[in-house]
Design a binder for this molecule. Sequence first.
Ligand code: SF4
Length: 501
Amino acid sequence: MILKIDGNLKPYYAQTLCMIFFPGVKFPEGEMPGAGVPEARFTVREDETGADASATLILDEKNETRASRCDIGDGIDAVRARQIAAGCAFYEAASALIGIRPPWGVLTGVRPAKIASEMFRCGYSSDAAAAWISEHYLTDPVKAHLAASVAEAEHRLITPDLVRKCSVYIAIPFCPTRCAYCSFVSYTSKKLLSLIPDYLIALRENIRTVFNTVRRRGLTVSTVYIGGGTPTVLTEDQLRFLLETVAGETDVSALSEFTLEAGRPDTITEEKLRIAKEFGVTRISVNPQTLNDAILASVGRQHTAAQFFAAYDAARAVGIRHINVDLIAGLPGESTESFVSTVDRITALRPDNITVHTFTVKKSAEIRQENESVYDREGLTAGASVAYSQKAVTEAGYLPYYMYRQKNTVGNLENVGYALPGAEGLYNIYMMEEVHSIFAAGASAVTKFVSPPFEDGSCRIDRIFESKYPYEYLKDYEGEAGATRAARFDAAAESFYKTYF
Ligand code: SF4
């Protein structure tokens, strides 16, 4: 796509606007106009009260131009004024030319609830914040209300004491097979899965480092989340070894939440669930993504809907306190009717949490290499599926409590976590809203040190990255290397906490 900007508008932001209508589009330097190459032109002019913008979209010898103005005011500074003016001008031009109105309008950030929170700080009620978002960002009123509802839940669940606590994340980047849409770091081949025993030894050292540092800083651990990958790919003995390691470092009975992302139903056994319960796990995810067996097979998930129900029933029978079920709307080949049936059957089960993701085309996923035209159909299907899930799940008594958006999500849609009242997945909120530090262990894990909020509501975040791939990670913890890393990690935490706390 060709981009031309006249005035004060960051190219990255203009690209983000273009991707609302052209998900996944690239902006190669020196691209020449031609059939199928869209071109966007922006002009932005500012004065002390706000910004005026015009935008033109040219596509296949047709073009549309629109203009828009945004004044500085409640929730709007000069930067936001030019972004909104340029965004609304482009949105109207592109809608007129292409004939669709993406439901989030020009609200492009990862966390749409953040804008609603900002409006709460300006004294707006939930309804007023939703109306303000709709008016300024051209957001569909249903989505604007969703953002305001999530912000309300966050305000209820994020208490001021949390900043002086922390959470711990532990990564198990191994899976039984690779889902076609996955671009996480996750090892699936037999040879790579054979690294697990060594990986668990290195991870134990890393977990001890993390908890030592947490103790030295005098922090209380609020939640622990074991994610992946698929942590239940571990054998029963391996899972016991991992959970024993965690229980040896912290009083798991004092945690607000201890999650094991079981994920793939084909890896769950009753014995693994009993071990999880024995070591204090309070929340697990059992994720069918869809209950359509043909779609499951086509995306490389080697389990059936029946295996999901068996795993779910076993988790209930063992008595794990909270069960989350993940679904994906808009999987390639899945009709709205099929997804509607999945939603209905899942809500009838009454899991504590239902998380509805929207299918995202990721760069390294096989599905993208095989099917570049996946954008053509799924926006509409996913839009209807997501809309149905929001209505059906909330009518069944669930409340939305966390939400995020990703680039290249079909239909430019969102991922939403719903919970029965009192059963919210706390780690998800703390991590998404950067409420407090997340100390992380394992390959590809990222520790985030989070400061208390400054006056403007922002905070300082420093990150420490573990090696991305398990075989690199193992080298990091070989011999003396582990002790050196531990010392560096602790020094970084000490410096951050001395500066900001
Ligand atoms: S279960 Fe998750 S991490 Fe594992 S391959 Fe599938 S999408 Fe990737």
